[in-house]
Write a protein that binds this ligand. Structure first.
Ligand SMILES: [Ca+2]
Length: 391
């Protein structure tokens, strides 16, 4: 029997103790992907300017849009920001809270996130009266790029379509939702579109009081473009894993280097071993349930770790004696908050998610790992082919 689209991965313990040292995530039967005709469409906007200070929340926090009168359930969603002007949009944080479901991270980071092409440099994408469309049909991220080119010092206006994605987000001030954010607009597939949509915009300060950020504006406000079908298309899949790292967990020898570079479907990265300290870990073996290669996002939530910084790493195959080998993806950081990354995996291909402590025996009382994918969406192309060859 086909399960709800929110649980297309399953979990089984294959090794370790009841502490859950190592688990294998198996697949449940997928809901069928049934072609469906568009039932309804609508664009809804709030055109009041959203002004962004040098630090903290925007002038409208949140800015709200009421959607009403649409029939059916959401099959496609786009969020547009109109007239974005800002001299460093990399730390301009935006979340959208739909009427139901988790908030969706649109853009922004709480930390310096380097691009793989410019290690140790922070991209500084600027925007001048730009029209930003957040869409899963896009190929790159607003935080890093314009047309696939890292924006380090450019003053050119940046208009275009961007993938929604936040990076190393510590959470936005209340009343923004405290729930971990989804990385996919597709998380709204199958939901009722009608109700209040709220946009939370915040300027991060990079935790440095002496690091003032430029002010900015979203002068024309924002819009949601909603398409519906009669029933759930089944394209969105997710699973939530949770656990704790304790001193009864298994040990790995060393850990992955934290180099500030995030793994992305558009930018796979390499990494290596750092130190050889013994660290406790949990491992989850997962298989991609999609019928074709997809982009899988992972949101790690370490806010329940009691301030103990914790690191997530994804492997093609994991060897706790050599945790610097076979790294598929990492977030470039450990965190006491949340970390986001994404990676590509083919149909039926396995991967292993490992969560480990940074300080020996520090552990983590409670963490969660949220996997998502839109299994109907082709991979974001970016210019991967030029960065990594014909893989
Ligand atoms: Ca454990």
């Amino acid at each position: 029997m086909c399960k709800a689209a929110s649980f297309l991965f399953g979990v089984m313990v294959v090794a370790g103790s009841a502490a859950g040292n190592e688990e294998t995530v198996f697949l449940d039967a997928e809901c069928p992907l049934t072609p469906q005709v568009v039932l309804d469409q609508g664009t809804f906007c709030n055109t009041s300017a959203i002004n962004v200070p040098g630090a903290g929340v925007a002038s409208q926090y949140p800015s709200a849009i009421t959607v009403s009168g649409l029939t059916g359930v959401i099959s496609d969603l786009k969020v547009r920001m109109l007239g974005v002007t800002h001299a460093n949009t990399s730390t301009l944080q935006a979340l959208v809270q739909p009427p139901s479901g988790a908030p969706i991270g649109l853009t922004g980071s709480s930390f310096l996130v380097s691009s793989p092409e410019a290690p140790n440099q922070r991209p500084v994408p600027t925007a001048s009266s730009a029209q930003w469309t957040f869409s899963e049909q896009a190929d790159d991220y607003a935080l890093f790029n314009r047309d696939g080119v890292p924006q380090l010092t450019s003053t050119a206006p940046v208009s275009g379509s961007y993938l929604p994605r936040t990076f190393a987000l510590l959470g936005l001030p209340a009343p923004a939702p405290s729930a971990a954010e989804s990385q996919l607009l597709a998380s709204q597939i199958g939901q009722n579109p009608n109700g209040s949509w709220q946009l939370f915009v915040n300027q991060a300060t990079l935790n440095t009081a002496a690091n003032p950020q430029p002010t900015g504006t979203i002068a024309g406000g924002w819009c949601v473009d909603i398409t519906t079908t009669a029933s759930n298309t089944g394209c969105y899949a997710s699973t939530l894993l949770s656990g704790a790292i304790t001193t009864s967990d298994l040990l790995q020898t060393g850990r992955t280097n934290r180099n500030g570079i995030v793994s992305l479907c558009t930018w796979p990265k390499t990494n290596s071993l750092f130190a050889t300290t013994s660290l406790h870990y949990d491992a989850y073996a997962v298989v991609n349930p999609a019928a074709q290669e997809t982009c899988i996002t992972l949101t790690s939530d370490f806010t329940g770790c009691g301030g103990n910084t914790t690191q997530p790493v994804v492997y093609t195959t994991y060897d706790p004696a050599n945790p610097g080998n076979n790294i598929l993806a990492d977030a470039g950081y450990s965190s006491i908050g949340r970390l986001q990354m994404s990676f590509r995996r083919g149909a039926g291909q396995p991967f292993t998610i490992v969560v480990h402590e940074i300080t020996a025996n520090a552990g983590c009382p409670a963490y969660s790992l949220f996997l998502e994918q839109n299994r109907c969406q082709a991979l974001p192309i970016g210019d991967l082919i030029f960065r990594n060859g014909f893989d």
